[in-house]
Write a protein that binds this ligand. Structure first.
Ligand code: ZN
Length: 288
């Protein structure tokens, strides 16, 4: 088959966007994940900013060294499920199994998990019940739903008339995918967009959380945005801890640590370490 014929077949099966997206991900994965993480750690350490990495457990167990390094550097690892599947497509039983398996993996790795974000931010109404059952401290994806994402403070979910013990964190709409892939923003515009959003949040005295995937934000040209946004937020009086620290402190003091007037939480999911992980997931998904 000619090259064009082959591409035609591909796009017929996958839509015209898929080959482009594959090529794009392949390019991003030319930067190794240890470099990606190092770029992020260095950018954040300069300004004493912390970061939380909701990570797919099946991926985490392939590189325990990287996951442990995240924790050793003072950042946080959260569960992002065992497999990167859309939870609403699973049966309630399979959903709980996937989640429980992710916790088991981290337990074996010796990593304490307090937080969760569902793959694709896709939640079913039973998910808060599951998080409650397994005693998690915080969730950072449920709050992406349209009715929650503009909230300015932590919130609880109603469970049959009682408020959840799990603390839910609103998730802002400005993600790296939206800024970099969809809007084609250069690093300067990314910093500007994040800073403007942080400025807005600073006036409300609450919390703001971003989802900034390491695969894009850890590239050398974008890692600097992390330093710039934390520096800017500090200037406005922000505290930039891990979500666990923030939730623990707020829930016992009802205020932010020190003289901080608001809280900035930086997070970003890790779905794959290398391009072949990504490819495997995409191919597998297409077969279903
Ligand atoms: Zn993900």
């Amino acid at each position: 088959m000619s090259r064009l014929g082959y591409l035609g077949q591909l796009s017929k099966r996958w839509g015209t966007r898929a080959p482009k997206q594959l090529y794009h991900m392949m390019r991003l994965h030319r930067t190794s994940f240890s470099t990606i993480l190092r770029n992020m750690f260095e950018a954040l350490e300069d300004v004493d900013g912390k970061f939380a990495f909701p990570t797919i457990a099946a991926i985490a167990k392939m590189r325990p060294d990287l996951v442990r390094e995240i924790v050793e550097r003072g950042h946080e690892v959260a569960s992002h499920g065992y497999n990167h599947v859309r939870y609403p497509t699973l049966s309630p039983k399979a959903r709980e199994k996937d989640f429980a398996l992710s916790l088991q993996v981290y337990k074996k790795l010796g990593i304490k998990i307090e937080g969760f974000r569902a793959p694709y931010d896709n939640y079913t109404p039973d998910m808060p019940v599951i998080l409650e059952k397994y005693g998690l401290m915080w969730d950072g994806g449920f709050g992406y739903q349209a009715e929650h994402r503009d909230r300015t403070h932590f919130f609880r979910v109603d469970l049959d008339g009682t408020p959840s013990k799990v603390t839910y964190i609103p998730l802002n709409i400005w993600s790296d995918d939206l800024m970099i892939d969809s809007k084609g923003m250069a690093p300067k515009s990314v910093t500007k967009t994040l800073n403007e959003t942080v400025l807005d949040a600073s006036k409300k005295g609450g919390v703001i959380m971003f989802d900034l995937h390491p695969i894009r934000m850890g590239q050398p040209e974008f890692a600097i945005c992390l330093r710039e946004v934390v520096e800017y937020a500090h200037g406005l009086g922000a505290w930039c801890p891990t979500p666990s620290e923030a939730v623990k402190y707020w829930n016992s003091h009802n205020t932010w640590k020190g003289d901080s007037s608001f809280c900035l939480l930086l997070t970003g999911d890790i779905d794959n370490w290398v391009f072949s992980d990504y490819l495997r997931r995409v191919l597998w998904k297409r077969q279903m």
